[in-house]
Design a protein around this ligand. Structure first.
Ligand code: SF4
Length: 86
């Protein structure tokens, strides 16, 4: 488990992180059907290489390294992983 997208992404889904990610591990993208129905974007915990490139580009500061994730958003760790069946 590496980086996690948390609550600030809900209703935002900006996707600047998608463009910044070098390994394409943030979904659903704008051209994927699930983008319309999912509340937020998710990081694949297996594919993520911990580069941190997505963090500064997020306009709502929704992305955290696992160690920096606020306790109140702890559940988002599982939520990100679950989207990928991890
Ligand atoms: Fe992608 Fe790097 Fe962010 Fe992981 S930390 S989701 S590899 S941009």
């Amino acid at each position: 488990m590496a980086y996690v997208i948390a609550e600030p992404c809900i209703g935002t889904k900006d996707t600047a992180c998608v463009d910044a990610c070098p390994v394409d591990c943030i979904h659903p993208k704008k051209d994927e059907p699930a983008h319309a129905t999912e509340e937020l974007l998710y990081i694949d915990p297996v594919e993520c290489i911990d580069c941190g490139a997505c963090v500064p580009v997020c306009p709502v500061s929704a992305i955290f390294a696992l160690d920096d994730l606020p306790e109140k958003w702890h559940a988002f760790t599982e939520r990100n992983a679950k989207y990928y069946g991890r």
